[in-house]
Design a protein around this ligand. Structure first.
Ligand code: 5AD
Ligand code: SF4
Length: 431
């Protein structure tokens, strides 16, 4: 989401006559677009600006943008005297005006009725692009700061989404990643169904691949699950954050589903689409998480066998209801649980990736591999696995038939079937 916002901010500023430079030293304005979902992200943003404060003596301005800006507003200016301009996510339309005025110690934050920047992003040359479909969230998971930083749920209108995608298609984009804190709630404020949007985008001729994240287990409609089967352009991949495998924790986290319901969804999608890949998010060391709660999570992880997991140590966020709870799980314990899960998942991910060895699949070609020598490409399999494959004639933005020969934690490895054909012809000629 932040990456997408940054692209949009760049497009907005370019429209107002600014242009990006290669280093902070060359800039008039140095801005960080911050995430505040965990303390660590916030600390890194502040540290970056702090380490560049010497530039202010040269008349330059330091700006804090994004969620952290929204979360603390004016207080950032008091706490960090080296910050000049604070502009929250959702208020970027005001950013050109803030820069033009060249005033120090100004801020604009808070909820906005117009949080989307409607200006098309510059042509990145990539064949894949993000498109945000919703902003904000009203679920108030007890640990999460997003409802406070991004405000109420707002859905982008279908027309705006289609226009944005049409422009991206003109730039050569062939894969769209739809983003939202919980895409399943798309249209709750406007009455439009998310699957309607998916179907329409899939009907665009220029689009070859489509995916979306994130989905909340509390609202996973059957018709969305059916899309994985019915929509060939949609990656067979569901990112469905579990957070914890203990019902007690889920209740404290205000997640509004039980482990039983979560497992029901998994069974349903896997029955409909057996080779679907399922990824998830887990938080370790949430307040009062006992050893027993933790092992319940491990047990669900072993039972589901996720394709991949994003594991986070609980980080207390200001204003959230969890921040009122007693954070009684020591950091060392959070870290131990974090590492235990990562180790268990490593083996599961390898096993999940190896199930494709020997199979052939239609791979979306993303780019040439930079690490490998000429003739290697990076792509995504139809269940959204990263693929590194050998081929001399592939083009980014096309689909290529690939045979998988091996796999590790992060990649499926293989070669293009076309390549195989070429090699055989070559051998025949030599014979
Ligand atoms: N501490 C740790 N992890 C968090 N996440 C969100 N808020 C917190 C927090 N306060 C994680 C959740 C979410 C992912 C995007 O970040 O797992 O799904
Ligand atoms: Fe945060 Fe929960 Fe909303 Fe996700 S659904 S953004 S975790 S409040």
């Amino acid at each position: 989401m932040n990456f997408y916002d940054t692209e949009k901010i760049l497009a907005l500023l370019e429209k107002h006559g600014y242009s990006p430079v290669k280093s902070p030293e060359e800039a008039d304005f140095v801005a960080v677009n911050t995430c505040s979902v965990r303390q660590h992200a916030e600390d890194r943003a502040v540290a970056f600006l702090s380490s560049h404060q010497y530039l202010r003596k040269q008349g330059k301005f330091l700006c804090m943008l994004g969620c952290t800006a929204n979360l603390y507003g004016e207080k950032l200016l008091q706490k960090y005297p080296f910050i000049d301009i604070v502009c929250g996510a959702g208020n970027y339309e005001r950013l050109p005006e803030l820069l033009r005025n060249r005033k120090r110690k100004v801020w604009v934050t808070g909820d906005s009725t117009h949080p989307f920047i409607d200006i098309p992003v510059a042509n990145s040359g990539n064949v894949s692009a993000f498109v945000t479909v919703t902003k904000g969230c009203e679920n108030f998971c007890s640990y999460c700061v997003v409802p406070f930083t991004r405000g109420k749920l707002k859905s982008k209108s279908p027309e705006t989404i289609y226009e944005e995608i049409k422009k991206l298609v003109e730039q050569g984009v062939k894969e769209i990643v739809l983003l939202g804190q919980n895409v399943n709630e798309y249209g709750n404020d406007t009455g439009i169904r998310f699957t309607e949007i998916l179907e329409k985008i899939a009907s665009f001729e220029g689009i070859l691949r489509l995916w979306f994240l994130t989905s909340h287990p509390k609202d996973m409609p059957d018709e969305l699950m059916a899309s994985f089967k019915n929509m060939p352009k949609l990656y067979k991949h569901l990112h469905l954050p579990l957070q914890s495998g203990s019902d007690r924790m889920l209740k404290l986290m205000n997640r509004k589903y039980t482990v039983e319901r979560y497992l029901e969804i998994i069974e349903k999608v896997r029955t409909a689409v057996p080779d679907i890949s399922i990824t998830s998010d887990i938080i370790t060391g949430f307040p009062s998480e006992s050893e027993d709660d933790f092992w319940k999570t491990v047990s669900v992880i072993k039972e589901v066998k996720f394709d991949d997991l994003f594991v986070f140590k609980y980080s207390e966020r200001p204003g959230t209801s969890a921040s009122m709870m007693n954070d009684d799980v020591p950091l060392t314990e959070k870290e131990r649980r974090h590492k235990t899960i990562l180790d268990i998942q490593e083996a599961i991910s390898i096993e999940r990736n190896r199930r494709f060895t020997g199979k052939t699949d239609s791979v979306f070609v993303l780019k040439k591999s930079r690490k490998k020598r000429e003739g290697f490409f990076i792509g995504r399999s139809s269940s959204n696995k990263s693929v590194l494959f050998e081929s001399f004639g592939s083009h980014p933005g096309t689909l290529e038939k690939v045979v998988f020969t091996s796999a590790d934690r992060h990649y499926l490895y293989g070669y293009s079937c076309e390549e195989d054909k070429k090699q055989r012809l070559l051998l025949q000629e030599q014979e």
